[in-house]
Ligand binder design. Structure first.
Ligand SMILES: *[C@@H]1O[C@H](CO)[C@@H](O)[C@H](O)[C@H]1NC(C)=O
Ligand SMILES: *[C@@H]1O[C@H](CO)[C@@H](O)[C@H](O)[C@H]1NC(C)=O
Ligand SMILES: *[C@@H]1O[C@H](CO)[C@@H](O)[C@H](O)[C@H]1NC(C)=O
Ligand SMILES: *[C@@H]1O[C@H](CO)[C@@H](O)[C@H](O)[C@H]1NC(C)=O
Ligand SMILES: *[C@@H]1O[C@H](CO)[C@@H](O)[C@H](O)[C@H]1NC(C)=O
Ligand SMILES: *[C@@H]1O[C@H](CO)[C@@H](O)[C@H](O)[C@H]1NC(C)=O
Ligand SMILES: *[C@@H]1O[C@H](CO)[C@@H](O)[C@H](O)[C@H]1NC(C)=O
Ligand SMILES: *[C@@H]1O[C@H](CO)[C@@H](O)[C@H](O)[C@H]1NC(C)=O
Ligand SMILES: *[C@@H]1O[C@H](CO)[C@@H](O)[C@H](O)[C@H]1NC(C)=O
Ligand SMILES: *[C@@H]1O[C@H](CO)[C@@H](O)[C@H](O)[C@H]1NC(C)=O
Ligand SMILES: *[C@@H]1O[C@H](CO)[C@@H](O)[C@H](O)[C@H]1NC(C)=O
Ligand SMILES: *[C@@H]1O[C@H](CO)[C@@H](O)[C@H](O)[C@H]1NC(C)=O
Length: 804
C-alpha cells in the first residue's frame, strides 16, 4: 500500500499550500517533491504549486490519453483555458495511465511513460547531499534545489515557447513556437541568438528556412542591433522592461510592476509580450516584434500571398489563375490552373501583379536592368517562375530578381515593386480574364489537431511482466482497501439505502444539502460553535452518527471545486488520532463538512471533568502528539495545524483523542475579516507561538509544538492560558508560571504537587508526570529551534511508558 499512501501524501501539497498561504506568505513552507517520491499522471491532486499560488506544475492533458508534464498559471482565464508556460516533454506526450515524474534517490528527475523502459525525459542531475527537493518557485520557475541552496536544475534554463519575467533567453536555449493552438509540440518558428550575437526570428520547416526578424533586407545595426554583445542574454523584468545584449530594448505599453507577464513566441510566428488583466482574466498584448504579420514567413505557402486584413489580421490569397491545394490548410499553398510550359521554349509571357513581393529564392540579382531584359532572362531560365522588378529611386535604375520559388508572398500597397509571373503564351492576359485567386481569411493554422492516442504496447514480453506485476499489486491493494472498508463500515454497508452514493474506498463523498438537513433534523441539535461555523449532530442515512459543521455563510465564498480541492485531501488522511472527514456539501451558499461524531466532545469541554483521570490525560497527551506528528512528519511536514487548542482535540467514547480542524485555516477564514492577506495570526490567543507576532519569522511546524505544550500545561494545571486571571506569573504565561513554581518550591517532591490541578482525583505516576511537564515546558520555548518535533515528543512520552 506504499504507493496509494505516497500519492495521498503528495496530494497534500495542495492542501499545505492553502494552509500556508493564508497563514504566512513569508515563510518558505516545507513542501515540494522529495527524493524518492513521484507525481502520478492519474492523480488529479498530484501537482506542485508555488507558495504564492500563481503557478502549478503537473500533468496536462494534450490529447486523448496524452499528457505532458507542464507548468501553467493556476487560475484559468475567463474562457476557462489555462495558460501553459512550460513543458518537459512537448514532443513526446505520455500515457494517461501509470506515467510518472519521479525524483530518484540519486537526485535525478525522470519522466517515465507507462511502459517504456527508458525515461521520456530526465534532468540527469545528481545530488550528493541527499536533500534535493523539487519546488515550484513563486516566479514560475520549477527548481530542483538541495539543502545547500544549490540549484541542480531549473525549468527557467529550458524554455519552450514562453519566457516569464526574469527568465533569461540565452544562447543555449531558444524559444520554439508550438505547432498550433491545440498541438503543443515544437513548431517551425524559433527565437534565438544568431552566431553574430543578434536575437532573430527564423522560420524553418523541413523544406524551407528563412530569417524574418529583424528585417533581413537591412543590416543588424540598421535595425538598432549591436553585434558585439557576445554574452547573448535577454530578459524582461516584472515591470515590463526588456533588455538584450544585442541592444534590443523596449518597454511594454503597460510598463510598471505587474508580475503576471509573459513573452511568447506565438503559433503565428510573432513574438509578443502579454500582461494578464487580473480582473477580466484576459491576456493583453503589450508589445510585439512585427506589427505587419505578413512579414512572418511560412504562413501562406507556395504561390500565394499574404495581406493584412483589418478584421481577420492576415489573409492568404492565391496568385491569379492559381487555386488552393488543400482547402483546410494554407501551408500546402496554391497550384497553377494552367499547365506550365516545359522548360525553355522562350515564348512565355508575363502577368504583371503590382505591389507584390516574394521574399527570397532569387536566382540572380540584376541591377540596372530594363523590364525587357529581365523578361528575356526569365524566359530563358528553366526554373524561373517569375521575377520581381522594382525601381531604386536613389540609384536611379531598376533591379530585377528572377525567382525559382514563389514563397513568403506579401501584398501591400506600401510596396512599390511588382511581380511578373511567367505564364504560357496561350493564357489571355487582358485584365478581364485574370482570375483573382482564391482568398480565404483563415488563421494560418497548421494541420487540424488530431487527437493523440497513446496506446499501451503490452505485447512486448518485458512490459507485459511489469504490467502483470502492476495488476497483481493493484488487486492486492484494492483487496486491502475493501477489507479495511468492510471491516470498518461493514455493518453500515448493509443498512445503506443509497448504495450508489457510497464510495467504497474512502467513504468520502458529496452530500446534498437536503440530505444533511434531514440528517440533522433541520439543524436542530447544535453541539458546538466555533470561529468557522456551527456544528450540529446528525444521523446519516446509513445510521452513522455525524458531526455536521455548517461553515459560516459570511465567511469567504468558495466554489465547489476550490472547496473540494482542499478537503478531499483532508478526507483521505487516515490516522487513529485524527478526526475523520466523511464528506462535504457545497450547494448555493451552503458549505458543510461532515465528520465522524465524537461522543465526549472536545477536550476543552472535559478539562475540568473529574472523569478525565490522570491516566486518561496521559493518553490524551500521547495520542494528540501522535496525531500531530502524523500531520507534520508522515505528511512530510506539509500540514501545519496552526490552531492547536483544547477545543480542537476531540474525545471518543473511550476518551481517546482525535485532532480536529486541521488544514482548514483557509476554509474557515479565521480572522473573520474576510481579508485573507491579513491572516497572519490565525491561531488563538494564549496558544499562539511567539513567532506569529513577528512578521519576519518563518512559520514552521514548531508553532504547533508550542501550542501543544500550552495545551498540555493547561490540562495538567487546570489553568487557562487565555483568561486574564493569571495569578501573577511573569508576562502572564502559563509556562512561566510553571517554571516559577518549580524554582520556588524547594524540596525533592514538592513542585509537581504544586503545579497539578487539584480538582483531579486519583493517583498519578510521578515519573510520568514529571516527564510530561518537562516535555510540555520544552515545547513552550520561545526559540523554535529549542522545541522538540512532534515525533520527538511522542518518543519521549513513549519512553516513559516503556519504563513504566
Ligand atoms: C480556449 O477555450 C475555447 C473554448 O472555451 C476554445 O474554443 C479555444 O480553442 C481555447 N483556446 C486554446 C488556445 O486552447
Ligand atoms: C525563486 O523565486 C524568488 C522570488 O521570485 C527568487 O528570488 C529566487 O531567486 C528564485 N529561486 C530560484 C532558484 O529561481
Ligand atoms: C524604459 O523605461 C525606463 C524607465 O522606466 C527608461 O529608463 C528606459 O529608457 C525605457 N526604455 C526604453 C527602450 O524606452
Ligand atoms: C507553384 O506554381 C509553379 C508554377 O508557377 C508550379 O511549378 C509549382 O508546382 C506550384 N507550387 C505548388 C505547391 O503547386
Ligand atoms: C546603367 O547602365 C547604363 C548602360 O547600360 C549605363 O550607362 C549607366 O551608367 C548605368 N547606371 C549605373 C548607375 O550604373
Ligand atoms: C512608392 O512610390 C511613391 C511614389 O511613386 C513614393 O512616394 C513612396 O515613398 C514609395 N514607397 C516606398 C516604400 O518606396
Ligand atoms: C488536407 O489536409 C488534411 C490535414 O492535413 C488532410 O487530412 C486532407 O486529406 C487534405 N486534403 C486534401 C484534399 O489533400
Ligand atoms: C502535433 O504535431 C506533430 C508534428 O507535426 C505531429 O507529429 C503530431 O501528431 C501532432 N499532434 C497532434 C495532436 O496533432
Ligand atoms: C527484455 O529485456 C531484455 C534485458 O532486460 C532485453 O535484452 C530485451 O530486448 C527486452 N525485450 C523486449 C521485447 O523489450
Ligand atoms: C424540518 O422542516 C420541515 C419544513 O421546513 C418540516 O416539514 C419537517 O418536519 C422538519 N423536520 C424536523 C425533523 O423537524
Ligand atoms: C459569522 O460571521 C459573522 C460576521 O463575520 C459573525 O458576526 C458571526 O459571529 C459568525 N458566526 C459564527 C458562528 O462564527
Ligand atoms: C482568579 O483566580 C483566583 C485563584 O487563583 C480566584 O480566587 C479568582 O476568583 C479568579 N478570578 C476570576 C475573575 O476568575
Amino acid at each position: 500500500m506504499a504507493l496509494p499512501h505516497l500519492l495521498n501524501v503528495i496530494g497534500l501539497m495542495f492542501l499545505c499550500r492553502t494552509t500556508l498561504i493564508y497563514s504566512s506568505s513569508l515563510s518558505s513552507p516545507p513542501f515540494g517533491l522529495k527524493l524518492g517520491s513521484s507525481l502520478s499522471v492519474e492523480k488529479k491532486e498530484d501537482f506542485l504549486i508555488s507558495p504564492n499560488g500563481f503557478y502549478t506544475a503537473g500533468f496536462y492533458r494534450v490529447g486523448e490519453n496524452a499528457y505532458c508534464f507542464s507548468i501553467w498559471l493556476t487560475k484559468a482565464l475567463s474562457d476557462g483555458n489555462l495558460t501553459l508556460v512550460w513543458m518537459a516533454n512537448r514532443d513526446l506526450p505520455v500515457n494517461g495511465k501509470f506515467s510518472k515524474l519521479s525524483l530518484l534517490k540519486t537526485g535525478n528527475l525522470v519522466l517515465r511513460d507507462a511502459y517504456q523502459r527508458f525515461p521520456i525525459w530526465r534532468t540527469t542531475t545528481r545530488d550528493s547531499t541527499k536533500s534535493a527537493q523539487l519546488k515550484m518557485n513563486d516566479s514560475g520557475n520549477l527548481c530542483l534545489q538541495n539543502k545547500l541552496g544549490k540549484v541542480l536544475w531549473q525549468s527557467f534554463d529550458s524554455p519552450t515557447d514562453t519566457l516569464l519575467p526574469n527568465q533569461p533567453l540565452t544562447k543555449d536555449a531558444p524559444l520554439v513556437s508550438s505547432r498550433s493552438l491545440t498541438n503543443y509540440s515544437s513548431g517551425y518558428y524559433k527565437l534565438f541568438f544568431d552566431s553574430d550575437n543578434v536575437v532573430r526570428l527564423v522560420y524553418s520547416d523541413p523544406k524551407l528556412t528563412g530569417i524574418y526578424w529583424p528585417s533581413p533586407d537591412v543590416r543588424a545595426w540598421e535595425s538598432g542591433r549591436n553585434i558585439y554583445g557576445s554574452r547573448r542574454i535577454a530578459t524582461m523584468d516584472s515591470s515590463g522592461r526588456f533588455i538584450s545584449t544585442d541592444d534590443l530594448l523596449f518597454n511594454t505599453s503597460d510598463a510598471g510592476d505587474q508580475p503576471l507577464r509573459r513573452l511568447t513566441l506565438d503559433v503565428d510566428g510573432n513574438f509578443r509580450a502579454y500582461s494578464l488583466d487580473e480582473i477580466t482574466r484576459i491576456w493583453h498584448v503589450t508589445w510585439q516584434a512585427l506589427s505587419n504579420t505578413c512579414y512572418i514567413h511560412g504562413c501562406c505557402g507556395e504561390n500565394s500571398t499574404c495581406s493584412n486584413d483589418p478584421v481577420y489580421g492576415r489573409k492568404c490569397s492565391c496568385l491569379p489563375n492559381h487555386r488552393m491545394i488543400n482547402h483546410t490548410d494554407w501551408s500546402y499553398g496554391c497550384e497553377p490552373e494552367f499547365k506550365p510550359t516545359l522548360c525553355g521554349n522562350g515564348e512565355d509571357q508575363f502577368l504583371h501583379v503590382p505591389h507584390f513581393d516574394f521574399y527570397g529564392y532569387d536566382r540572380r540579382y540584376m541591377p540596372n536592368t530594363t523590364l525587357e531584359e529581365c523578361k528575356q532572362v526569365c524566359r530563358n531560365m528553366c526554373d524561373c517562375k517569375g521575377f520581381q522588378f522594382k525601381n531604386d529611386w536613389k540609384k536611379g535604375f531598376s533591379i530585377c530578381y528572377p525567382k525559382f520559388l514563389l514563397v513568403n508572398g506579401l501584398s501591400s500597397s506600401d510596396f512599390n515593386g511588382s511581380m511578373y509571373l511567367k505564364v504560357p503564351k496561350d493564357i489571355p492576359l487582358s485584365s478581364k480574364n485574370i482570375k483573382i485567386g482564391e482568398e480565404f481569411s483563415l488563421k494560418c493554422s497548421w494541420k487540424p489537431a488530431i487527437q493523440l492516442d497513446r496506446s499501451y504496447d503490452i505485447n512486448r514480453q518485458n512490459e507485459s511482466i511489469q504490467f502483470l506485476m502492476l495488476i497483481i499489486t493493484s488487486v492486492l491493494g484494492a483487496l486491502e482497501i475493501i477489507c479495511v472498508t468492510y471491516f470498518c463500515y461493514g455493518i453500515h454497508l448493509h443498512s445503506t439505502t443509497q448504495g450508489n452514493y457510497l464510495q467504497t474506498a474512502s467513504g468520502f463523498r458529496r452530500f446534498s444539502y437536503a440530505e444533511l438537513k434531514k440528517a440533522s433534523g433541520n439543524f436542530s441539535n447544535e453541539i458546538g460553535r466555533g470561529g468557522g461555523g456551527v456544528v450540529f449532530k446528525g444521523v446519516l442515512s446509513d445510521n452513522r452518527i455525524a458531526a455536521i459543521k455548517h461553515l459560516n455563510e459570511s465567511s469567504k465564498r468558495q466554489g465547489e471545486a476550490e472547496l473540494l480541492a482542499e478537503i478531499t485531501t483532508i478526507g483521505k488522511l487516515n490516522h487513529m488520532n485524527l478526526i475523520e472527514m466523511w464528506g462535504y456539501c457545497a450547494e448555493g451558499k451552503h458549505r458543510l463538512l461532515v465528520y465522524e461524531y465524537m461522543e465526549y466532545g472536545s477536550l476543552a469541554h472535559n478539562l475540568y471533568s473529574t472523569q478525565l483521570d490522570w491516566d486518561k490525560r496521559f493518553d490524551i497527551a500521547l495520542g494528540t502528539a501522535r496525531g500531530l506528528a502524523y500531520l507534520h512528519e508522515e505528511c512530510l511536514e506539509w500540514i501545519l495545524h496552526c490552531d492547536v487548542k483544547p477545543h480542537n482535540i476531540l474525545l471518543d467514547c473511550r476518551y481517546k483523542p482525535k485532532v480536529a480542524d486541521f488544514g482548514l485555516s483557509k476554509l474557515l477564514d479565521r480572522d473573520g475579516t474576510g481579508n485573507s492577506e491579513f491572516t497572519r495570526a490565525i491561531g488563538t490567543r494564549g496558544y499562539m507561538a511567539p513567532e506569529w507576532l513577528f512578521v519576519n519569522f518563518p512559520i514552521t511546524a514548531k508553532v504547533d509544538v508550542y501550542s501543544y505544550g500550552v495545551v498540555m500545561l493547561e490540562m495538567i494545571t487546570g489553568r487557562s492560558p487565555t483568561g486574564a486571571n493569571q495569578s501573577g506569573g511573569s508576562e502572564g504565561r502559563l509556562d512561566s508560571w510553571v517554571r516559577e513554581k518549580m524554582i520556588a518550591t524547594s524540596g525533592p517532591d514538592g513542585w509537581v504537587e504544586e503545579i497539578i490541578d487539584s480538582i483531579i482525583e486519583g493517583e498519578y505516576d510521578k515519573k510520568r508526570m514529571e516527564i510530561l511537564i518537562k516535555v510540555a515546558l520544552q515545547c513552550c520555548e520561545d526559540d523554535k529551534d529549542a522545541r522538540p518535533t512532534m515525533s520527538q515528543v511522542v518518543d519521549m512520552l513513549m519512553h516513559v511508558e516503556e519504563h513504566h
